[in-house]
Design a protein around this ligand. Structure first.
Ligand code: NIG
Ligand code: FE
Length: 417
């Protein structure tokens, strides 16, 4: 099929201008970092993009077989690279408690928060988790997401961590969005190990990681490295053990305190360091040198009421890091699937440009997952496309609270329109 669009955003591999902030030429700069083509043609044959370029240069025989819209902006299928989409129940009471003044970390340390969701998950069957997950995946799909990362981490026992990841694997054949699993057994110290955290870390390393790897339930290993969770030394040990089993390391870094987590990410070469609210500025260059993608999740600040202490996105970009944006969808710190809203928040709270924000939900997020086959429009790649009914790409972050998605192509096929 042929797509004829007002604008196509191809997402160049390396965009020099990305790291040089020039507010006086924001429009031209955005066009450059997005690889924008006006009046574009995308030709898809046998599920693969065979032409991406100006309509006037399309190959002979590429006929317009899709109704043309006045305003259609095509981007690579969006990549949601950090979610906790498998859970049951909700934590609305905790939300109210926090808004009344109780900090997130105190609730966790008192045995609530993640541990509350873990207790609930222990009472939920794998089948129930699958039934809860399907509509969540479809909700992301309707927003243009064609690749979705999902973490374990509410099981906190071998059986329940496997249950979460098996639920993801079982749902995959029933949804068009690609699902990728991340093992996050080190999300919190479970209640019964609170007086012997070493025993839990040993369980993660010696039992959970080998089983997850053996069943091929995850591609990544993640750790919550922060106060109330795991320290940098423990995190290093767990991530290196994961790597021994072929799991790519990623890390929840410095969300609540400076836990030396981003530094650790640079030292061992994590694919991404996520959150970064309390990371000292000098670490960003180390991250850039080690090719660690900065995954920023502004919904967390909005939802926890911590907009006074956010990741320093401009400094991170100028240090040379690739940035990804994600919802962090989870019942505790970010109960939203509105990934387009993250582009708005990135602009208003982080002072990113619309172009930077759109790179961050496509190629940036693909890089956080160390994927070269998604997040870009390139001849030769399988077609994953998100199409939006907007007159210009910058309207996506600008006109917020409305889902502008017009159609989605996943793995070469129209799956939503
Ligand atoms: O990314 N920080 C750790 N994990 C999640 C929160 C999980 C929860 O509160 O249930 C996060 O913010
Ligand atoms: Fe998270």
């Amino acid at each position: 099929f042929v797509v004829h669009a007002a604008q196509a955003l191809t997402m160049p591999e390396h965009a020099e201008a990305l790291h040089h902030w020039d507010p006086t030429r924001i429009v031209d700069r955005d066009h450059e970092i997005l690889g924008l083509i006006e009046d574009a043609c995308i030709l898809v044959e046998n599920g693969v993009m065979t032409f991406v370029g100006p309509w006037s240069e399309r190959p002979a025989g590429a006929k317009r077989d899709i109704p043309v819209m006045e305003s259609l902006v095509v981007t690579p299928g969006w990549v949601e690279c950090h979610t906790h989409s498998v859970f049951s129940g909700h934590r609305a009471a905790e939300f109210a408690l926090r808004n009344a003044g109780r900090p997130y970390v105190e609730i966790l340390e008192a045995g609530g928060g993640i541990l509350e969701t873990a207790a609930r998950l222990g009472r939920t069957s794998q089948r129930e988790l699958e039934d809860l997950l399907v509509p969540r995946v479809l909700d992301f799909l309707r927003r243009g997401v064609t690749c979705l990362e999902i973490k374990s981490g509410y099981g906190l026992s071998t059986q329940d961590e496997l249950k979460m990841l098996r639920a993801v694997k079982n749902v995959q054949p029933h949804v068009p969005t690609e699902l990728v699993g991340t093992f996050l057994g080190a999300h919190a110290i479970p209640k019964k190990y609170q007086s012997d955290r070493r025993a839990y870390i040993d369980l993660v390393i010696n039992e959970m990681i080998p089983k997850v790897a053996e069943e091929e339930l995850a591609r990544y290993c993640d750790v919550f490295c922060d106060r109330g969770a795991f320290d940098a030394a423990e995190s290093r040990e767990i991530l290196l053990a994961g790597r021994e089993h072929g799991l790519i390391p990623r890390i929840h870094a410095d969300e609540l305190t400076d836990a030396n987590a981003a530094r650790l990410a640079a030292e061992i070469g994590c694919a991404s360091a996520d959150h970064l609210e309390f990371t000292p500025s000098e670490v960003f260059e180390q991250m850039a040198k080690a090719d660690v993608v900065a995954v920023l999740m502004p919904a967390v600040n909005l939802f926890l009421g911590t907009t006074g202490h956010m990741a320093k996105a401009r400094e991170i970009l100028e240090a040379g890091c690739e940035v990804a944006l994600s919802t962090d969808f989870n019942p505790g710190s970010a109960m939203t699937q509105d990934i387009a809203l993250m582009t708005t928040l990135a602009c208003t709270l982080y002072k990113m440009s619309p172009g930077e924000a759109l790179r961050a939900v496509t190629i940036g997020a693909a890089k956080a997952l160390r994927r070269e086959d998604i997040g870009r429009l390139r001849p030769g790649l399988r077609a994953n496309l998100a199409m939006f009914n907007v007159p210009d790409f910058s309207v996506i972050p600008y006109h917020f609270g409305t889902n502008h998605t017009e159609a989605v192509v996943a793995n070469g096929e129209f799956v939503y329109w």
